[in-house]
Design a binder for this molecule. Structure first.
Ligand SMILES: [Zn+2]
Length: 655
């Protein structure tokens, strides 16, 4: 067959691929995304690729494979990384090599493109991004190690309930008070300083400064440092809380209480949340995000066992944040401080949610307190008596924000006609912003009933409240934007033909030398090999390589690792999943002998049909060239093929 086998392994050798896979345990990587529980010889958890409430996702450590019995997705370590981050095979290799601290070949540019200019440009951009992550991680390591030298900051963390384990898990640190703590360190280690400037870690000092220092000064000074990680665990930036000086409440040049990294290609705070990396699997597990205001609130909640808590990084909630959360959970609980600022930030968050077509939940904090203060004594860092219970109660009482606001408005409306007018206008404003047409209509109808008003008045309120220049009428509401749903649709089947799926099972379990395949080998069209029974080019390739090593008895002992490394080269998710499923279940007889026989026959039939098509084309070509001799030969062959086809025809047309 002319179908080309996709070959996209770049300059990666099988040995290097294996080295990377040997260095990283799939259980560790999956464990960053899924709360895994030991179940027999395997681990299981809630599938990160489809929405489910009981675990059908399984990881086999001995085979280094994952497989979901619900959505049928499966594969090896590389497959998991490509699927979970939505990145390419080459990007996954880069990611894992970095993680395993394995150097890629010098000619590696992670590039499939053949255009040298494009290659160069993309490689340069990627290189810069990779260096930025490395530099940030380097800085994080510096701050983290500085922490132990600054007992005051360490004590500060301790007093706020952040014990040593949590400090390690979040890799928090301390920026020294000196002007050039980090800068000197970066200079000494020959780090790329202009990039460090771009990332907002340091700043060039005024002229002449070289005389006395490194020529750069630190932007984060005398601060408790919080590295901000993306969902892949890369350090993208920092938040730093001023420690204040011992002598004065506010010392010279101290800057704002909270300082963030500069916006850069790797740090876009409207899309990032502090704690997201550590919280992501718990968010998925609980199908719920707890959104708090501060870094310490995140840490306090994690310490108290609410590990699905995150905070925006010194910015108000954006739609990008909601999109990020929506990849992991349906429900967002806003748990902002119980003060004026917290209350108005909650109102803004609610509106961002409404515009995204999403109802956020709100939990009411006790007046004047933040979550950290509810849970931990702010002097000793000890858990507050009853704090945990109180937090549980607060969270359990979380209600859809829009509905509780409407409740408040209805209450207010009962006081008199003027209050009713104000309440109606306010509620109408929220409803106009809410872009989910179904959710909005349900609230509109309920509100009409509760306020005892006509539809006409309701429409008037919704259309007119914003004035002549605003939204013109309720008949043209804001374009509804569907809210983000589960990241991956639930697939009932992995999408390959059933025969092909069965064939892969038979291949992995029995091998090509087994009876069903040997029977087929006597019935193949000439010039075809057994692996041509597979229509999917990657499966065909897999079968061919599999054959090559099963023919070699010396390799039989390494069967599992061979299978695993063959699997690494499969790019297509469906093909990968099908092979994985076969490997995971090979001990079990998933398909009966009869089913396998039928599947082999069907595939044979299809192979003959393809062969028949080819002859037909050849006949037409011979006819066009007026080659009567060739035409006669081909015609005879065609008739032979038709007989063969008939032999398998009852199985041939698979739905
Ligand atoms: Zn699944």
């Amino acid at each position: 067959m002319s179908d080309p086998t996709p070959k996209k392994h770049g300059r990666i050798s099988a040995e290097l691929l294996q080295k990377i896979k040997d260095a990283v345990n799939i259980t560790d990587v999956v464990g960053e995304h899924v709360v895994l529980r030991k179940s027999g010889a395997n681990f299981s958890g809630l599938c990160p690729f489809h929405s489910e409430r009981s675990p059908s996702f399984s990881v086999t450590e001995s085979k280094q494979l994952f497989y979901c019995y619900g959505c049928k997705k499966g594969g090896d370590l590389i497959g998991f990384v490509t699927e979970i981050y939505g990145i390419s095979f080459l990007e996954a290799i880069e990611d894992l090599a970095e993680r395993a601290k394995i150097a890629l070949p010098s000619d590696w540019n992670g590039e499939d493109s053949n255009d040298p200019e494009t290659q160069k440009r993309r490689a340069a951009a990627r290189e810069k991004t990779a260096t930025a992550y490395r530099l940030n991680r380097f800085a994080a390591a510096f701050f983290h190690s500085t922490l132990s030298q600054l007992p005051a900051v360490e004590k500060y963390f301790e007093n706020r309930g952040v014990g040593s384990e949590l400090r390690r898990a979040f890799y928090v640190g301390a920026a020294p008070a000196a002007w050039d703590g980090l800068a000197s360190h970066l200079v000494a280690k020959k780090a790329p300083l202009p990039l460090a400037v771009e990332l907002g870690l340091i700043q060039p000092s005024q002229k002449n400064a070289q005389l006395s220092g490194p020529g750069y000064f630190d932007l984060f000074r005398n601060r408790a440092m919080f590295p901000i990680l993306d969902t892949r665990g890369k350090v993208v930036g920092f938040g730093g809380r001023a420690m204040g000086s011992a002598s004065a409440e506010k010392s010279e040049g101290e800057g704002p209480k909270y300082l963030n990294s500069k916006e850069s290609t790797v740090f876009q705070k409207s899309q990032l949340a502090f704690g997201m990396f550590q919280a992501q699997k718990h968010i998925r597990e609980k199908n719920e995000v707890i959104l708090v205001e501060g870094y310490f609130d995140v840490l306090a909640l994690h310490a108290a066992g609410f590990q699905n808590a995150v905070a925006t990084c010194g910015t108000s909630l954006t739609r990008e944040h909601l999109k990020l959360f929506g990849r992991f959970a349906d429900k967002v609980i806003v748990l902002f401080d119980g003060d004026k600022a917290g209350i108005s930030a909650t109102a803004r968050a609610m509106e961002v949610g409404l515009e995204a077509g999403q109802i956020l939940y709100g939990a009411a904090m006790p007046e004047g307190l933040d979550p950290d203060e509810v849970l931990f004594s702010q002097n000793t860092g000890q858990p507050k008596p009853g704090g945990l219970e109180q937090m549980k109660t607060i969270l359990a009482a979380a209600k859809p924000l829009l509905d509780s606001r409407i409740d408040d408005a209805v209450q207010y409306a009962s006081q008199g006609p003027e209050q009713k007018t104000v309440a109606l206008k306010q509620a109408a404003q929220w409803l106009v912003r809410y872009t989910d047409p179904v959710g909005r209509e349900i609230r509109v109808q309920a509100l009409q009933n509760r306020l005892g008003i006509s539809r006409q008045l309701m429409n008037q309120a919704m259309g007119v409240t914003s004035g002549a220049g605003g939204r013109s009428s309720s008949s043209t509401p804001v374009t509804p934007t569907p809210r983000p749903v589960a990241p991956v649709p639930i697939l009932i089947h992995n999408g390959l033909g059933r025969s092909e799926d069965i064939l892969i099972h038979a291949l992995v379990r029995l091998g090509l030398n087994s009876q069903p395949f040997q029977r087929a080998s006597q019935n193949l069209p000439k010039a075809n090999a057994l692996w041509d029974l597979f229509e999917h080019p990657e499966l065909r390739d897999f079968a061919e390589k599999f054959q090559a090593y099963t023919d070699n008895p010396a390799a039989a002992g390494e069967r599992n690792s061979q299978l695993n490394s063959l699997l690494s080269t499969i790019q297509d998710s469906k093909a990968r999943s099908s092979i994985t499923e076969a490997i995971m279940q090979e001990e079990k007889t998933r398909y009966s002998e009869e089913e396998i026989k039928i599947a082999v026959d069907r595939s044979l039939g299809r192979l003959w049909a393809r062969f028949s098509q080819q002859i037909k084309i050849a006949i037409a070509q011979a006819e066009a060239k007026k080659d009567a001799g060739l035409q006669a030969i081909l015609m005879k062959e065609y008739l032979d093929v038709q007989r063969k086809l008939k032999e398998f025809s009852s199985f041939y047309d698979e739905a």
